[in-house]
Design a protein around this ligand. Structure first.
Ligand code: ATP
Length: 285
């Protein structure tokens, strides 16, 4: 899909407004009326937080220097234990909604905020690779496998920022369940130094925001893709993507442990990989 087509498509992409959460939880469309709200963002008290990023008044697609268009890239990190269709549809639809060059799926090597997965990082990466084979918009990114210590997203984003440069539009995408814990993450403020945070609404995950999180995101929220992409990072957008799937890796693991079918919850290529490598063996064996 060309970027012009993507831009046209995102005119129809529903955006879940953070402000709307306070009143009617009503999704907004990305249209002309929403664009007017960009002016609200321009008075954000967090403008100084963009100091590490080069300010830009144009959208990234409008800014074309001699080196070509400004990159638009998202990171979707996770344990991917195993990767499933909830991850994959979210990544595809995120790319379309934001007009991204690609989405980098980054397996977490040593999760700082949860138990270590039972399956190795290398196997989780291998499942990810077979899942996205042939899909040009999605990339398997193994950078966290080469870092010692806990795999902090702040460090991963810093390395992506160094790679893509100060003008690139960099997004950290997370599901609403992960977003609820963002206030407890290591160096949470630093995440916004290097990237935007885009929250993907997820079925059955709509709890109210904890106070620490409210404080972290205060003044950062924007309501349109255009407002988000007007800057390299530092802002927050909530998206309600077209396909919201109530699939979790926990559910997949539970079914595999019972020897139940997981067909259509994850790609056939991943199921074959699981069988061939004897992963997530039923507990009775
Ligand atoms: P688990 O059940 O083991 O906690 P998970 O299915 O939530 O796993 P993760 O690898 O932890 O998968 O998730 C990586 C990222 O993808 C997180 O930001 C998570 O919120 C998001 N995500 C996972 N499943 C979905 C889904 N069905 N729809 C949208 N986002 C999802």
């Amino acid at each position: 899909m060309k970027h012009d087509d993507i831009q046209r498509a995102l005119q129809h992409a529903p955006v879940f407004s953070p402000r709307a959460l306070d009143d009617s939880q009503r999704p907004l469309n990305v249209d002309g009326s929403a664009q007017e709200r960009e002016a609200v963002h321009d008075t954000s008290p967090h403008e100084h937080d963009h100091s590490r990023l080069e300010e830009a008044s144009e959208t990234s697609r409008g800014f074309e220097g001699c080196l070509g268009p400004v990159p638009r890239v998202a990171m979707l990190g996770g344990t991917f234990d195993p990767i499933h269709h909830g991850h994959l549809r979210s990544a595809i639809e995120l790319r379309e909604a934001l007009g991204l060059d690609h989405v980098r799926l980054i397996p977490c090597h040593q999760p700082p905020h949860r138990e270590a997965p039972g399956v190795s990082s290398e196997e989780r990466l291998a499942m990810l690779e077979v899942a996205i084979a042939g899909e040009p918009g999605l990339m398997a990114d193994d950078r966290e496998l080469f870092r010692e210590g806990p795999s902090y997203s702040a460090d991963t984003l810093a390395s992506l920022r160094a790679e893509y440069g100060p003008q690139a539009r960099l997004v950290m995408a997370i599901g609403h369940d992960a977003f609820l814990k963002l206030g407890e993450w290591h160096a949470a403020e630093r995440l916004f130094d290097d990237a935007h945070v885009v929250v993907i609404e997820r079925p059955d995950h709509d709890a109210p925001l904890p106070p620490a999180l409210e404080a972290l995101i205060a003044g950062r929220e924007v309501e349109t893709v255009q407002a988000l992409m007007a800057r390299p990072g530092g802002q927050l957008l909530r998206l309600s993507l077209p396909t919201r799937m109530a699939i979790s890796a926990t559910f997949v693991r539970e079914r595999l442990a019972l020897g139940d079918s997981v067909r259509y919850l994850l790609p056939e290529t991943v199921i074959r990989h699981i069988e061939a490598h004897d992963l997530y063996r039923p507990q009775s064996e």
